[in-house]
Write a protein that binds this ligand. Structure first.
Ligand SMILES: C[S@@+](CC[C@H](N)C(=O)[O-])C[C@H]1O[C@@H](n2cnc3c(N)ncnc32)[C@H](O)[C@@H]1O
Length: 456
């Protein structure tokens, strides 16, 4: 399908745009696949596990693959060992690394988070004492965000479902806000021909206005001196450099420049104000289209301190039940909501107590389980929170058994073991719970997440 003429014409004076190269690369239908590994779930023998081709130069956890395997039929994909992500999106890592803020405990907001690509990246980069709030305004997109964060084992995250204007009422609360804005999507044209059909100059104008509104709404929530990382998968100036200019003009934001961006990487530097925007064109770099820029909020804007609010007390009996399941060498706080029991690191718990008075919380930390008849029935999220599961017995499965488990089928297991709960694993990474009763295993894999395609 031909690229829209109106788009090509609009890009003529945009830095780095080369019409012939741009058209040629879109005609090539080249399929580039890249993944980013989860540092908390290292794969034994990672190098030979996936067909790795080379490292993504701007993110050491990212790799290009020589071919696209069936991720659905890889148990470690379901275990949260890696996330399939465009290489350009992984550039967020450079912005975070160069912020000079990562060694401090931070409060970070990922404002437009679903399905969770940037959230999982940020979670791997901030310290364990930091808290990451992942927001998705569209209700139907929240479950996939929760699913991906649960698999990632992200215990220091809080998922919310709010309009940016509601979050913006919490003034000066976040050290870093990432806005991966909804956009006209031209950066996806090579991969997704439908995106071409949906594109129009009017859509660009509409998106640009929406981006300005989102940023104006959320700006008050950024701390003085805080960092905003803004990105889109559009090539249009109206959604990129013009938006950075808008922030500079309306909020006196300082547009930043990143250091040591190697010229051989092929990323185009586009001057904006006193800073730089970073453009990814698929004819210059192995990625789909992407734009990113960083802005800093002036340090003199008033500062509002959020005091930690009184937390609800968790029942002592519930705490004791949870303790039986959770690794004693980990610091955590237990939270109870009716029969449901959650755990999370202390800083996450403190922020949760502030946010729950103002926002629509969909997940905080991870669910340990449900209380039923004075016992705790463990939740799938506990199995995937590897850091906490040292006290729970594990069973190592082979690939066939692992895929049967993930499809919610019965699987054959020859060894004689005592009755009770087990975490089933593949290559030492957790897949979920089973309960052995007599000569059968009850499979507790979540029904909605099961593999639906044939595994033979
Ligand atoms: C580019 S996608 C985000 C992709 C995600 N950051 C990732 O890396 O996986 C943009 C997101 O913004 C959300 N969105 C749409 N309208 C919005 C609005 N008015 N305010 C905030 N977010 C919005 C969309 O639902 C979508 O999930």
């Amino acid at each position: 399908m031909a690229l829209p003429t109106a788009l090509l014409e609009s890009l003529h004076h945009v830095p780095g745009y080369d019409e012939n190269g741009f058209i040629r690369v879109h005609e090539s239908n080249l399929n580039i696949t890249s993944v980013r590994f989860n540092k908390y779930k290292p794969i034994a023998g990672e190098q030979e596990y996936l067909p790795l081709k080379r490292q993504v130069p701007w993110n050491e956890a990212g790799y290009y693959l020589a071919e696209r395997p069936s991720f659905t039929l890889d148990p470690l994909f379901h275990a949260g060992a890696y996330y399939v992500q465009e290489a350009g999106s992984m550039f967020v890592a450079q912005a975070l690394q160069q912020s000079g803020m990562l060694d401090k405990p931070l409060t970070v907001l990922d404002l437009c988070a679903a399905p969770g690509g940037k959230t999982t990246l940020i979670q791997n980069m901030i310290s364990e004492q930091s808290v990451l709030v992942a927001n998705e305004v569209i209700k139907t997109r929240v479950p996939v965000l929760i699913e991906n964060l649960t698999k990632w084992g992200a215990d220091n995250t809080i998922v919310i479902n709010n309009d940016p204007s509601e979050i913006g009422k919490l003034q000066g609360i976040f050290d870093i806000i990432v806005v991966d804005a909804p956009c006209s999507g031209s950066g996806l044209f090579r991969r997704d021909k439908n995106a071409i059909k949906e594109w129009s100059p009017e859509a660009v104008t509409l998106c640009s206005k929406r981006q300005q509104r989102i940023l104006s709404d959320i700006w008050p929530a950024l701390k003085p001196g805080g960092l905003m990382i803004y990105s889109t998968c559009s090539y249009s100036r109206e959604e990129n450099e013009n938006i950075a200019k808008f922030l500079e003009e309306t909020n006196h934001a300082e547009i930043l420049e990143l250091n040591n961006i190697d010229k051989t990487w092929g990323i185009v530097e586009s001057p904006v104000g006193n800073g730089t925007g970073y453009r990814f064109y698929p004819d210059k770099v192995d990625s789909e289209g992407f734009f990113l820029c960083c802005v800093r909020k002036s340090d003199t804007d008033g500062h509002i301190q959020y005091l930690s609010e009184a937390a609800d007390k968790t029942d002592k009996k519930t705490e004791a039940l949870a303790k039986d399941w959770l690794n004693a060498n980990t610091d955590y706080q237990v939270y109870q909501n009716k029969e449901q029991v959650f755990a999370m690191p202390l800083p996450t718990f403190k922020l949760f107590n502030v946010l729950k008075k103002h926002l629509n919380i969909r997940k905080a930390g991870f669910k340990v389980g449900d209380i039923a008849h004075n016992k705790l029935v463990p939740d799938h999220a506990l199995a995937l929170s590897e850091k906490y599961t040292a006290n729970i017995d594990g069973i190592e499965l082979n690939k066939k058994q692992a895929l049967q488990y993930l499809s919610k089928l019965n699987f054959d297991f020859e060894e004689d073991i005592k009755d009770g709960w087990y975490i089933v694993k593949y290559r030492h990474l957790s897949l979920g719970f089973v309960k052995k009763i007599g000569n059968r295993f009850n499979n507790y894999y979540p029904k909605d997440w099961r593999i639906r395609q044939s595994i033979d």
